[in-house]
Ligand binder design. Structure first.
Ligand code: AVI
Length: 323
């Protein structure tokens, strides 16, 4: 297995913290507009809550994307062609990729990329058993950073797979930079299969991030539980509330944690002051229309070849070709 994972040990006065996490968190919490990186959501409890989100009646993206893949994976596989090396960014449980692998003509390699080593190895082993003859080359890495991939046959056509509308969690400039790196990896003959959540009725979007069962709120608040554990923080969860709304001008859902009182919280031995009503911005989830998606593809060195959608026009699985 290739590993690009890096952990930096660090100390504070009286406790060991992960230096990278401490620096990123403190940079976000001491900036003018308090922010936390969405990658912090996915500790064990957060990953389990996200799985619950995907099952919620209000959270349509997962099941909508699956329905598009189920209907169009034969067409996607035909567009990708023969002898593909499929590189999946953020492979997770690796369920969706099976729909593609089932239809691809003599795929030569599957390269799942994920930070969670245990899950990555489990998925790699399962896929190797299910698809005899397929080379499975797991890479343990944070795909938002430049990656070194294992050597792939020069004859293989490289196709990137990035489902889940995770591209929406990148700011547009970061999304373009990410696509640009993918374009470099797949080369001039390569392609990309990209899951994209579409702009739609703001009420539908609002409900998807404000579910009645409160699972998204628990997912958001779990960030504070994480920081209490990993950085010795003193967040009182009873004094923060989940806020999510559609910012129409920016075409994105914003998630925040709002402090309901004026207070001071200690995080990794640093005091952070909150006014009543002040928020920590925890996530953006951009929703694309065609001009925005075209601009993104072009900035990343791709062009849109085909857009597959669902009956309600809520989601796209886009087939992008390198230019
Ligand atoms: C992972 N990502 C695509 C999800 C989204 O919809 O932006 C994360 C999420 N946040 C709240 N609900 C789901």
């Amino acid at each position: 297995m290739t590993s690009n994972a890096q952990r930096l040990p660090a100390t504070s006065d009286n406790q060991q913290y992960d230096a990278q996490e401490r620096d990123l968190v403190l940079r976000g919490l001491t900036s003018d507009v308090k922010t936390l990186l969405p990658s912090l959501f996915y500790d064990t409890a957060g990953a389990a809550l996200f799985e619950q989100i995907c099952e919620l009646p209000e959270y349509y993206p997962t099941r909508t994307e699956l329905s598009i893949l189920a209907e169009h994976s034969a067409a996607l596989a035909a567009a990708a062609g023969e002898s593909v090396a499929l590189i999946e960014y953020g492979s997770g449980a690796g369920i969706k990729v099976r729909l593609l692998l089932d239809h691809l003509e003599r795929p030569v390699a599957y390269v799942p990329v994920d930070v969670s080593q245990a899950q990555l190895l489990r998925v790699a082993e399962e896929r190797a058993m299910q698809y005899p003859g397929l080379q499975v080359l797991p890479v343990c890495a944070d795909y938002t950073q430049p990656l070194s991939l294992p050597k792939l046959s020069p004859a293989a056509r490289r196709v990137a797979f990035f489902p889940g509308s995770t591209i929406g969690n990148f700011h547009p400039t970061e999304a373009a930079a990410f696509l640009h790196r993918v374009r470099h990896t797949v080369g001039p003959q390569g392609g990309m299969i990209l899951g994209v959540d579409r702009r739609k009725d703001p009420q539908v979007l609002h409900d998807a991030y404000n579910d009645a069962a409160g699972v998204t709120a628990a997912f958001n608040l779990n960030l504070l539980t994480r920081l209490n554990r990993t950085l010795g923080a003193t967040f009182d969860l009873g004094t923060f509330r989940h806020v999510a709304f559609f910012n129409d001008a920016a075409s994105r859902i914003e998630m925040h944690l709002e402090s309901t009182i004026a207070q001071q919280v200690r995080v990794a031995d640093v005091d952070i002051t909150f006014e009543a009503g002040e928020t920590i911005h925890t996530e953006c989830s951009y929703k694309y229309d065609e001009p925005r998606l075209e601009a993104l593809a072009e900035a990343g060195g791709f062009r849109i070849a085909t857009l597959y959608t669902d009956a309600r026009d809520w989601f796209w699985v886009a087939w992008l070709r390198a230019v």
